[in-house]
Design a protein around this ligand. Structure first.
Ligand code: HPA
Length: 267
């Protein structure tokens, strides 16, 4: 097998298209923790494939991260790839498995990538737990980067303004915020949360930014949505816990599903 990550993504895309029996895909959705239950609202399932059936994907590592790719057709006839779970940098497998899904989706024809995640809210004064927030920009504090070499990709409009406008047409109450990514797997310390606020962050999490970079490099437009599952560590004095993160996702699945389905319909 090739060790060129782009060639590996092309091989995975060919296998994905032939297994699903779909010639080309339009949109990819990456469902972060808390978002998986919302996937059912997007459209009619054509095929569902364990990621481990395709080259280059790591097996799922975290409970609640399902590790499957669903091919779906929407009511308006768009072919959508839904990644039910993602690989995180904190799994220790390196950067390439983290961005392999996005690269595979782009190799399968996708021109719009919707990245969702669960996040700690840095502005509890105006962010409620269970609310989605549009990602307007990010700060990459993971210490990692998916690109190597002289690839000077412009990151001015990483989270495409046009797509954010579309999302706000669907839900005018959507707030926007800057997503600060840490490597994890620990949640942030209260000092890191205070630092992130000072740096201009509005949410903290452990995903999304590397995928957004890979998507921009591949020429796709990106829409990012964080589900605020808790106030950032130290902001309200309660310890954080992964079960609560998943619980907020289950409790808001219907609303997030409708939001995503309506947004995908407009893309
Ligand atoms: N920090 C990082 N990742 C998260 C959080 C958080 O507070 N909540 C959900 N995912």
């Amino acid at each position: 097998m090739s060790n060129d990550p782009y060639a590996l993504a092309a091989t995975a895309a060919a296998a994905l298209k032939s297994t699903a029996g779909v010639e080309s895909f339009d949109v990819a959705l990456v469902m972060g923790s808390g978002w998986v239950p919302a996937a059912d609202a997007i459209g009619t399932t054509v095929a569902e494939i364990p990621v481990t059936d395709l080259p280059g994907f790591a097996p799922p590592a975290v409970a609640g991260h399902a590790g499957r790719i669903r091919a779906v057709t929407t009511a308006s006839g768009r072919n959508v790839l839904i990644f039910l779970g993602r690989t995180h940098l904190y799994e220790g497998l390196g950067v390439e498995p983290v961005v392999h899904g996005v690269r595979t989706a782009i190799a399968a024809g996708v021109s719009t990538v919707v990245l969702t995640n669960a996040a700690g809210g840095l502005r509890p004064e105006h962010q409620k737990v269970g609310e989605p927030v549009l990602i307007s920009d990010h700060i990459n504090l993971t210490g990692a980067h998916p690109l190597t070499g002289a690839r000077f990709v412009d990151m001015t409009d990483t989270y495409t303004p046009r797509l954010r406008d579309l999302a706000r047409e669907v839900d005018p109450s959507l707030a926007e915020g800057v997503y600060v990514a840490f490597r994890g797997p620990t949640y942030e310390t209260p000092a890191e949360v205070r630092m992130s606020r000072i740096l201009g962050g509005d949410m903290v999490g452990m995903s999304t930014v590397l995928e957004a970079i890979a998507a921009r490099e591949g020429g796709a437009e990106v829409l990012g949505l964080s589900l605020v599952t808790n106030p950032g560590a130290g902001l309200v004095g309660e310890p954080l816990n992964h079960q609560e993160v998943l619980e907020v996702g289950r409790a808001t699945a219907a609303r997030m599903g409708v939001l995503l389905a309506n947004v995908v319909d407009k893309l």
